[in-house]
Design a protein around this ligand. Structure first.
Ligand code: PGA
Length: 230
C-alpha cells in the first residue's frame, strides 16, 4: 500500500527557535509513513527534518512585497509542500482568487500545494450541502491548474482544534467525491486527529493521509501517527 502522507501543521507554535529545534529533533526521521513538518516561516531555515512544508506563501516570485515569502525562497530551503487556503487564513480574508494564484505560483516553483477546503461548512449540514461549499472552493482554487499535481486537505472548520473530529466515514465520502470529480493527487483529512483516532481515518480507502495540528506538537502522539501500519 502507498505510504500515507502525514503533515504536521505547527501553526504559530512554538515561540522560540530552541523549542522548535527541540520539537523537530523529537520527531522520528524515518517513519513508516511519509511525514512532513510545517514549522512557522520564521523557523523554517533552522529546522532540519527530511521533509519540510510551509504554512503559506506569496503568489509573486520577487519584487516590492514587504513581509511576503516567495515560492522560490521556500524551494531554496528545500521545502517540498506548502499549505494553502487553511480556514484560519480564509478567516483573515484570503479569497478563492488569492488561493488560486498561490496554488499556481507553487506549482510553477516546483512545490506541492496542499489546498485546504472546508471553510464555511457546518456540522449539521448534510453531505450534499457540504459538497456545494467544497465545489466552489475547488472550482476556484484549481482553476487553470493541473489538479493531478495538487494535494487537497478536507478540513471541516467545525472539527479543527475542537477535540471532535468528523467521522472517518464522512471524510471518506468527501475524499471519494474530491478524487473522482477533480482527479487530484491525494486527499487528506484534518481536524482533531490524534494517535487514538488516526488509524480509523487512514484505513479508509480514499483517504491518503492527515493534516495534523495540535497533535503534531506532541512528539509521542505524532510519532505514533507517522508509524502506524496497515
Ligand atoms: P487540529 O488542526 O488537528 O488541531 O484540529 C488541524 C489543522 O488546522 O490543520
Amino acid at each position: 500500500m502507498a505510504k500515507k502522507l502525514i503533515i504536521g501543521n505547527w501553526k504559530l507554535n512554538p515561540l522560540t527557535i530552541d523549542a522548535a529545534k527541540t520539537l523537530a529533533a523529537a520527531i522520528d526521521q524515518s517513519p513508516m509513513q511519509e511525514a512532513v513538518l510545517c514549522p512557522p516561516m520564521a523557523f523554517l531555515a533552522a529546522i532540519h527534518y527530511p521533509k519540510l512544508g510551509a504554512q503559506d506563501c506569496f503568489w509573486k516570485v520577487k519584487g516590492a512585497y514587504t513581509g511576503q515569502t516567495s515560492p522560490a525562497q521556500l524551494k531554496s530551503m528545500l521545502v517540498r509542500y506548502c499549505i494553502i487556503g487553511h480556514s484560519e487564513r480564509r478567516e483573515l480574508g484570503e479569497s478563492n482568487e488569492i488561493i488560486q494564484a498561490k496554488v499556481a505560483a507553487l506549482l510553477e516553483g516546483g512545490i506541492v500545494p496542499v489546498l485546504c477546503i472546508g471553510h464555511g461548512t457546518t456540522r449539521q449540514e448534510d453531505e450534499l450541502a457540504v459538497v456545494d461549499v467544497l465545489k466552489d472552493q475547488l472550482n476556484s482554487g484549481l482553476a487553470g491548474i493541473d489538479p493531478s499535481k495538487v494535494v487537497v486537505a478536507y478540513e471541516p472548520v467545525w472539527a479543527i482544534g475542537q477535540g471532535r473530529p468528523a467521522t472517518p466515514e464522512h471524510a471518506e465520502k468527501i475524499a471519494l467525491y474530491v478524487k473522482t470529480k477533480y482527479n487530484v493527487a491525494r486527499v487528506l483529512y484534518g481536524g482533531s486527529t490524534n494517535s487514538t483516532n488516526a488509524a480509523a481515518f487512514l484505513q479508509q480507502p480514499h483517504l491518503d493521509g492527515l493534516l495534523v495540528g495540535g497533535a503534531s506538537l506532541l512528539p509521542d502522539d505524532f510519532n505514533k501517527i507517522i508509524n502506524l501500519t496497515f
